[in-house]
Design a protein around this ligand. Structure first.
Ligand code: GLY
Ligand code: MN
Length: 365
């Protein structure tokens, strides 16, 4: 059986009478496939998972993933031998024989796959359960909190060592390669997203990718990186100064840190994501950097690095205990550079718990 509380949450959030929730993977597995099944290894592309209200799970797999799928002895496993679409249609229709209303994660299937599904399931009512799944995943179970904490510890250790890796003339890509290597060496499965390493003016672009820019004296060094540990993500940003920071760099750094501190102080169960964003934005917009904080304060974190809504003007929903969000204010000065500081926190009743632990004092190398 999958975890009873997860299962209950999914059917409860979906509302209405559903006979089954079916997750159809595309070329990349849907994170909900892992959330529901509890599988931790295997790729499972083009596989499907069927979750029934009585708690039983059936998996449609192929010969490539059969051994991985059979690791769960309590799941009924159907194996496609690869003879073509008719074989798949036959297996799916036998699994869904008694089901009239089928919940589908519309957000996780391509339009092309949806059209195939609609034809294959033409006698069924397909119900979109994407919001229900996303809402179910926002509040983390104890084992999820442990895995995210571990991912956060790994990346904190790597980032703490970044000042010691900096050498004048090195490229952003060279630093990125060292960071990616170190996180895996410390136990990560992989980076949780394409690592952002930005020197100087590159750091003014919040979603920059590392390039051939070489490190020069006077540069901001912004690293925004995350580790994936047993499928769960962390996400941290630190900004260092290569050489003595000039007054404008110091001012930007201290405003971002102040904004982040105010936001972290505001986080607790029952406060809206919007109110926390505003607590940080007020600090920056009340300074000489007004208008230079150009994105939302944070996102939910879990099986995906952007795991749902978090701290933004668009999110009036109240935070709940055991949600995990990032807190990442920034100041961006086009053509000059940017400063961002990001940590991962777990919401508690009266405050929050920091999961990332790398120091945040201003560092000049
Ligand atoms: N760490 C990248 C992002 O949050 O978008
Ligand atoms: Mn982030």
């Amino acid at each position: 059986m999958p975890r009873k509380d997860r299962l209950g949450r999914i059917f409860q959030n979906a509302g209405g009478e559903l006979d089954v929730v079916a997750i159809f993977n595309g070329d990349h597995a849907d994170p909900n496939f892992f959330y529901i099944s509890g599988y931790r290894s295997g790729i499972f592309e083009r596989n499907a998972l069927f979750l029934f209200p009585d708690g039983h799970v059936e998996v449609l797999t192929n010969t490539l993933e059969e051994d991985a799928a059979r690791q769960r002895k309590d799941y009924t496993v159907h194996v496609e031998k690869g003879s073509g679409p008719a074989e798949r249609r036959g297996l799916v229709s036998s699994i869904l024989k008694g089901s009239a209303r089928v919940g589908i994660n519309f957000q996780g299937v391509s339009h092309k796959d949806y059209l195939t599904l609609k034809t294959m399931l033409d006698s069924k009512k397909l119900v979109d359960v994407s919001d229900a799944l996303a809402r179910s995943r926002l509040v983390k179970d104890p084992d999820e909190l442990e895995l995210i904490s571990k991912a956060a510890q790994i990346i904190s250790g790597v980032v703490e060592g970044v000042p010691g890796l900096l050498k004048e003339g090195m490229t952003e890509r060279a630093l990125k390669a060292q960071i990616d290597y170190q996180m895996v060496e410390r136990g990560a499965d992989s980076p949780s997203f394409e690592s952002i390493v930005a020197f100087g003016e590159s750091s003014a672009l919040p979603h920059y990718s590392a390039g051939e820019r070489r490190l020069r004296r006077g540069d901001n060094v912004l690293v925004d990186v995350g580790a994936r540990y047993r499928l769960y993500c962390s996400d941290i940003t630190r900004t260092f100064f290569f050489g003595r920071a000039v007054p404008s760099q110091k001012q930007a750094y201290s405003k971002v840190l102040e904004a982040q501190t105010k936001a972290i102080e505001a986080i607790r169960e029952g406060v809206s994501g919007k109110a926390v964003h505003q607590a940080a934005a007020r600090v920056i917009d009340g300074s000489e950097f007004k208008g230079r904080f150009t994105h939302s304060l944070g996102h939910s974190l879990g099986l995906e690095v952007h795991d749902g809504p978090g701290l933004s003007l668009r999110n009036s929903a109240k935070l709940k205990r055991d949600m995990v969000v990032t807190v990442e204010p920034g100041i961006y000065l086009p053509g000059e550079g940017g400063v961002r500081i990001e940590d991962d926190v777990a919401v508690t009743k009266g405050s929050c718990r920091l999961l990332t632990t790398a120091p945040k004092g201003l560092v000049e190398i």
